[in-house]
Design a protein around this ligand. Sequence first.
Ligand code: GLA
Length: 386
Amino acid sequence: MENARALYHQHHGGAPEFIVRAPGRVNIIGEHTDYNQGFVLPMAISAATYLAVGPRSDERIDAVAADLGRQGVITLNDCDWDLSEPWLDYITGVAKELSAMNYPLSGANIVITSTLPIAAGLSSSASLEMAALKMFEAMGDFRLEDDEAAHLGQRVENDFIGVNSGIMDQFVIRAAREGHALFLDCRGLEIEHVPVAFQDAMFVVTHTGVERGLADSGYNERVAECREASEYLARVLERESATSLREFTVAELEAQRETMPDPLYRRARHVLTENARTIEACNAMKNGDAETLGELMNASHASLRDDYEVTGPALDAMTDIARELPGCYGSRMTGAGFGGCAVSLAAKDGAQEFAESLMKAYKERTGNEGVTLLSEPAAGVSAVPC
Ligand code: GLA
């Protein structure tokens, strides 16, 4: 907060009127299930995007991305993409969507700074989208429902950025409660805030140091494969009304094992078994049962590695090493995969040592420099007056 305030002063002079804080997120379990209308269990983390805002009387957004050393301008009544400043697209996308919904938009001087690593699978882009939305809401004195807000962010990703992502990231960044994970049914968008209250365990997030970009990774390919798998099952099981993998049971899928083409069968098996694991994990969390949750996290990683094929050598090494260390209940990749972060459930007492040993052994085994983020579950996006 202090840093955002100081940066605002340095770039625009004076003090900002308010600062928006939008957290990143880590997904505990329920991976690649959201765009299949399934279940997810993410939590917001303390690393966040900060947007220091001073309203202007015209329709101009004068933006500074302090960490990138870049500047850009958006003209709100006629906003267009700025190909030379891709970070600005997330704000432009939000402005375009709001204006299509006829919400009033006001100009502002802004400075963006972040403690979230970019392209690490911790949703820095969804965080910036939800921060921009909160800024426009605060200045225009309106408020979207949480599901509308999350859908808006998803449209920015799908229609403007070109990533066919689901709704998980924006939803948890918008709606999370401190001390809680968020169980979300991505079909009806029913939510439950689940307390994260283990006696002796906490989540440790570790970045492999391997960046990934969603648009050019296999992400959209997986989305397309799942659609194909669901269409295949709907056809052979004569269930025309079924439009997503969520509509099928593991038993129905298993009956197609011999005939369903590869890799569609394996992609579907990941999604359906992951949905079941996510419900079990939610119950384990409610019971404070770290052992069971850890086992489910391990099983999730194996399924993402073998059936969904989105892990890669760095994430496999990181999670293998984590499981060998004392005090580890379980470990898995988190987010889209293809690089990025792992999340481990580790004994609270030794969490710092666990993280340090993990970084050291990971460096020895892969040559990569990892980064650790220890975080309790944080609150969703908010605007704080200065
Ligand atoms: C990315 C997407 C999410 C979700 C995850 C995988 O974070 O933005 O919608 O699909 O990958 O679970």
